[in-house]
Design a protein around this ligand. Structure first.
Ligand code: GLN
Length: 509
C-alpha cells in the first residue's frame, strides 16, 4: 500500500473484506492503493511479472456497484490477490517464468483462482517464480529474479518467491503459490509471512500448470494464519475437472481456530535438528517449543529418520513426473517454436524449440526424469524411490499416532545471498524439511517465528507445523495459537522506493 493508504487501510484480508463490505472503504480505493504500491516499490523487487491495472480497477468498480445495489459479494469482497505465474486465468498471460510459454494465454481460469474470484477477490497480477516452479530461490527465471524485501541482496526463497515477496512487502494482502516440495512454505519462511501447503487432494489442481502431479498443491500466502485459513477454506472442495481432488464436505477451518492448544500433543523430532540448521533457526525453534509448552501443549519426542532420505526420493520422483508433464511443450501445440534451417526436420523442430525454450534447471530435471524412467534404470531409481515414498508415508503415520502436529523449522537457514547455491545439490537441500510433506501427501504451514540478525539485517525465520492428511483444522489452530502469543508477524520490512542493494544482480531483459 502507498504510504498514505497504509495508515488508513486495514492490512489483512479479513479486515479489508469487512471494511469493503460495510462500505467503510471502497474496493476501488483498496485496489488502487495496491496497484500504486506495486508501481512505486516493485521496481526494486520484481515480484510481479504482469500487473492487471485496468482489469483490476474495472472489477473493483463492479464490486462497489454490487455492494451499492445491496448484493452479497462474498467473504473476499474487493480484496486484491496476486497469482503465481503458473496458475492460469482467462485474462493476461501465464508464463511459468519460462521462454517456452512467454506469450501463452489460457482459454480458462484455474478452479482455485475462480473460487477466490467468485468470493469477491480481485486478481491484480501474476507473480514471478522459478521456471516451472523448479527451484528454491526464484533465481531460475527466464525474466530475471525476485529480490527479498528484507534484504534485496538476498533471495526471497522459491519457487513462489514473487508471491511471497509481494505479500511481505505489503503490495497486496495475499497471493497464491504452488507447493510441490516446499515452494510455498520455504519462501513464506524467508520472507516472514504465512504460507500453506494443503493436503494433496484438498484443492483442485485444474489450471495449475503441472510439475509433479502427485505432489503439486496450490496454497495461499498471507500475513496472518486466519487469512491463510480463510483462503484455503474458500479454495477447498471437489472439482469435476480434477479427479485427484477429494470429495469431502466443505471444511470449516475458522470456527475452532482460536481454540487453545491445551491437551494437544506436539511432536518434536531430533532429525529436524540437523547440523545444517543455522544457530538462529535452531534457537527460534527451541523458543517456539518452549512457548507451546507454556501455552499448555504437551511436547513429545518422535522419530522421523527418513527425513534424510527425503531429498533423494523427491528428486527421483518429481523429475520423472516433470519429464512426462513437460513433454507437451513441443513447439507445435504450445509455446516457443524454433526457426528451422534448410534440411532440418520435425525432430529438429522439437529439439531446437525445447532447447531454446527451457532454462538449464528445467532441462536438468527433464534429463534426470527421463533417465530414472528409462528401462535399464527404472527399477534401480524410480521403483526404489516409490518404495521409499511409501516408507516415508508410514513413518508419518506412526508419528501421528503419538502426536497431533509436528513442529520444526521450515528451512535450515534464513534468506541466502544471490548466487550462493550455484551447485544444484546445495540448492535442493533447502527443501530438507519440506519435501517429505508432499511426498507423504500431508499438510504443512510456515509462520513467522523470529529473525536471524547475524548479517546485520533482520532476516525472517519460519516455523513449520505439519499435520496428518485433511487435518488442516488442527494445523491452523496450532499455528494461530503461536501467532497470537508472538508479534513476529507484525514486523514489516523497511522498503523504500527505488531501494536495491549494491550487490543485487541486475534484472535480465
Ligand atoms: N524447491 C523444490 C524444487 O525445486 C520445490 C519446488 C516446489 O515446491 N514447486 O523442486
Amino acid at each position: 500500500m502507498s504510504d498514505q493508504s497504509t495508515k488508513i487501510l486495514p492490512e489483512t484480508v479479513i479486515d479489508l473484506a469487512n471494511a469493503i463490505s460495510k462500505r467503510e472503504v471502497s474496493a476501488v480505493t483498496v485496489v488502487r492503493a495496491s496497484l500504486e504500491s506495486i508501481a512505486t516499490l516493485d521496481g526494486s523487487l520484481h515480484s510481479f511479472h504482469e500487473v492487471y491495472n485496468e482489469h483490476a480497477l474495472n472489477r473493483a468498480r463492479h464490486i462497489d456497484q454490487m455492494l451499492e445495489d445491496g448484493k452479497d459479494v462474498g467473504p473476499l469482497a474487493g480484496v486484491p490477490i496476486a497469482l503465481k505465474d503458473n496458475i492460469v486465468t482467462d485474462f493476461g498471460h501465464t508464463t511459468c517464468s519460462s521462454r517456452i510459454l512467454e506469450h501463452y494465454q489460457s482459454p480458462f481460469t484455474a478452479t482455485a483462482a475462480q473460487r477466490l474470484i467468485d468470493s469477491g477477490a480481485v486478481i491484480i497480477g501474476k507473480t514471478n517464480c522459478d521456471e516451472f516452479a523448479m527451484g528454491s530461490s526464484t533465481e531460475h527465471c527466464a525474466f530475471g529474479p525476485t529480490y527479498n524485501p528484507w534484504d534485496t541482496s538476498r533471495v526471497p526463497g522459491g519457487s513462489s518467491g514473487g508471491s511471497a515477496a509481494a505479500v511481505a512487502a505489503r503490495l497486496c494482502p495475499a497471493a497464491l503459490g504452488s507447493d510441490t516440495g516446499g515452494s510455498v512454505r520455504q519462501p513464506a519462511s524467508l520472507c516472514g509471512i504465512v504460507g500453506v501447503k494443503p493436503t494433496y487432494g484438498r484443492i483442485s489442481r485444474y489450471g495449475l500448470i503441472a510439475f509433479g502431479s502427485s505432489f503439486d498443491q496450490i496454497g495461499p500466502f498471507a500475513r496472518t494464519v486466519s487469512d491463510a485459513a480463510l483462503l484455503t477454506q474458500i479454495m477447498c472442495g471437489h472439482d469435476v475437472h480434477d479427479s485427484t481432488c477429494a470429495e469431502l464436505p466443505n471444511p470449516d477451518f475458522m470456527s475452532d481456530i482460536d481454540a487453545p492448544v491445551e491437551g494437544l500433543r506436539l511432536g518434536v523430532s531430533k532429525e529436524y535438528k540437523g547440523a545444517e540448521n543455522s544457530p538462529a533457526v535452531a534457537e527460534a525453534v527451541e523458543r517456539a517449543i518452549t512457548r507451546f509448552r507454556e501455552l499448555g501443549a504437551e511436547i513429545v519426542d518422535i522419530e522421523l529418520p527418513l527425513t534424510n532420505h527425503g531429498i533423494s526420493t523427491y528428486y527421483v520422483i518429481t523429475p520423472a513426473e516433470a519429464s512426462s508433464n513437460l513433454a507437451r511443450y513441443d513447439g507445435i501445440r504450445y509455446g516457443h517454436r524454433a526457426q528451422l534451417e534448410a534440411g532440418e526436420d520435425l525432430f529438429d523442430l522439437y529439439a531446437k524449440s525445447r532447447a531454446e525454450g527451457f532454462g538449464p534447471e528445467v532441462r536438468r530435471r527433464i534429463m534426470l526424469g527421463t533417465y530414472v524412467l528409462s528401462s535399464g534404470y527404472y527399477d534401480a531409481y524410480y521403483k526404489r524411490a516409490m518404495r521409499a515414498r511409501r516408507l516415508i508415508k508410514q513413518e508419518y503415520d506412526r508419528a501421528f499416532e503419538q502426536c497431533h502436529a509436528i513442529v520444526g523449522p521450515t528451512s535450515p537457514t534464513a534468506a541466502f545471498p544471490f548466487g550462493e547455491k550455484k551447485d544444484p545439490l546445495t540448492m535442493y537441500l533447502s527443501d530438507v524439511y519440506t519435501a517429505n510433506t508432499n511426498t507423504a501427501g500431508i499438510c504443512g504451514i510456515s509462520l513467522p517465528a523470529g529473525f536471524d540478525e547475524s548479517s546485520g539485517n533482520p532476516l525472517p525465520i519460519g516455523l513449520q507445523i505439519q499435520c496428518q492428511a485433511f487435518d488442516e483444522a488442527t494445523m491452523f489452530r496450532v499455528a494461530k495459537m503461536y501467532e497470537a502469543a508472538t508479534d513476529y508477524h507484525q514486523q514489516a520490512p523497511n522498503l523504500t522506493a527505488g531501494q536495491r542493494a549494491a550487490t543485487s544482480p541486475e534484472r535480465q531483459p
